[in-house]
Design a binder for this molecule. Structure first.
Ligand code: HEM
Length: 397
């Protein structure tokens, strides 16, 4: 059963990113491999060292932070400079803390109650659009927006997917960059609709005025002071809201259906109420399997593995947590210090981890009484992260 679960899950990343994952598998023989100015990091301790001991250029071209920063305008969470950004990061952490997550929880438990109801009648449910609806509704609630959940999720998915494609080498890169710019504009318009009050996550300041052509280009001009403080704050709000939407939606849409499919195929429903299964599923699916980063200064990530300023590091989260060789085991799980590495490490570790775990736990608990099985699955070949486009389950109990 475990073999079936792993085989199905392999399809999701091999079909969506065939060359990349074949290459990573081929290279994983060495803990850290240098290819010119790029280091491919598979080893757990080196992955941890890269995230915690090497100063990182958070807005470099080709990194997650860089993509968001350029597309969403200056002010994404990835750029930690300035008091205002630090305050914004604290506010986000507060909203995603224990009390904040409990406040948000009814958003998805209500959707689970409604959308999973057909299972009780012997019907089928597609978990992929349900994950998108949960992701969109949660992001809207987090940002205090009255946006349609599907529309917000689709805009954040498109922004994530086009930004990822724009960084892949190849002939279509310029076209992808133009698409990414348009997708970012659509997302920015949704997260900062005209006339809204200040973004609740970042407090006062309000969104950029509609038609402010600087928003979305991320050329850094406002932070150089030509637009005055109001413009700078507006751009910060837009960037922060878009960053949150992209980070929350793309991971949720990838994580929930993949984890549910593992439980269906692996016959793990008896453990669905145990928190440890959630951690094991997040470990083995590693929803963000690869973290591209750039070193801002030199250091060492492992014995005899120097890193120089400007080196690109491909941090393979899925290998760092043994996703490729250790199946999810709710009886004998991997230690928490390993499984939590799927959320990164250090000062920039994922602030949404608690929310993500709670959402997955609630989904599994809602599904468990029906003992569902997968009846149809299709891969989303355009998504930024390995994801199911459709995952239809049917109750067996
Ligand atoms: C299973 C779901 C998720 C996974 C696997 C995941 C994973 C990650 C990882 C690996 C990072 C980079 C950490 C680092 O550089 O050390 C990150 C950053 C981030 N995540 Fe998540 N994430 C998930 C869900 C969420 C959710 C639901 C939210 C928001 C509600 C969120 C918000 C963020 C933000 C804002 C950052 C940037 C933090 C910063 O740069 O300071 N994530 N996430």
């Amino acid at each position: 059963m475990t073999a079936t679960a792993r085989a199905r899950d392999r399809r999701v990343y091999l079909l969506s990113h065939p060359v990349l994952f074949a290459l990573l598998a081929a290279l994983r023989g060495k803990p850290v491999r240098r290819l010119g100015r790029t280091l491919v990091v598979h080893d757990r301790e080196a992955y941890l060292a890269a995230l915690t001991r090497i100063p990182l250029d958070r807005t470099a071209e080709g990194t997650t932070g860089g993509a968001v920063d350029r597309l969403a305008g200056a002010g994404g969470l990835f750029d930690q400079q300035g008091d205002q950004h630090r305050q914004a990061r604290r506010d986000v952490a507060e909203r995603l803390g224990a009390a904040g997550v409990e406040r948000l929880r009814p958003v998805w438990t209500r959707l689970l109650d409604e959308r999973l109801a057909p299972l009780a009648e012997g019907g089928a449910v597609d978990l992929a659009p349900l994950a998108a609806e949960i992701a969109g509704a949660t992001a809207a609630a987090l940002l205090g927006l009255d946006a349609d959940p599907f529309e917000l999720a689709a805009a954040a998915q498109e922004a994530g997917a086009t930004a990822a494609r724009a960084h892949l080498p190849g002939l279509g890169r310029r076209r992808a960059a133009a698409q990414a710019e348009r997708a970012a504009e659509r997302l920015l318009a949704l997260v900062t609709p005209a006339g809204t009050a200040a973004c609740p996550v970042v407090g006062e300041g309000g969104p950029p005025a509609r038609g402010d052509s600087r928003a979305g280009h991320g050329d850094g001009s406002a932070s150089r002071g030509d637009g005055g403080p109001a413009v700078e704050r507006g751009r910060g709000d837009a960037g922060l809201a878009a960053t949150l939407a992209v980070a929350a939606v793309n991971t949720t849409v990838a994580a929930l259906p993949r984890a549910a499919a593992w439980v269906c195929d692996g016959g793990l429903w008896a453990y669905a109420r145990e928190g440890v299964l959630v951690d094991e599923l997040l470990r083995v699916t590693s929803p963000t399997p690869l973290l591209p980063r750039v070193a801002a200064a030199g250091g060492e990530i492992a014995d005899g593995c120097p890193v120089r300023a400007g080196d690109r590091m491909l941090l393979i989260a899925r290998h760092a947590v043994d996703a490729h060789r250790r199946d999810p085991d709710p009886v004998n799980p991997a230690p928490a210090r390993i499984s939590q590495l799927v959320f990164g490490a250090g000062t920039h570790a994922c602030p949404g981890a608690r929310l993500a775990r709670r959402q997955l736990g609630d989904l599994l608990e809602a599904l468990a009484p029906h003992r569902p099985v997968v009846v149809r699955a299709g891969v989303d070949r355009r998504a930024a992260l390995p994801s199911w486009r459709t995952l239809i389950v049917r109750a067996t109990a």
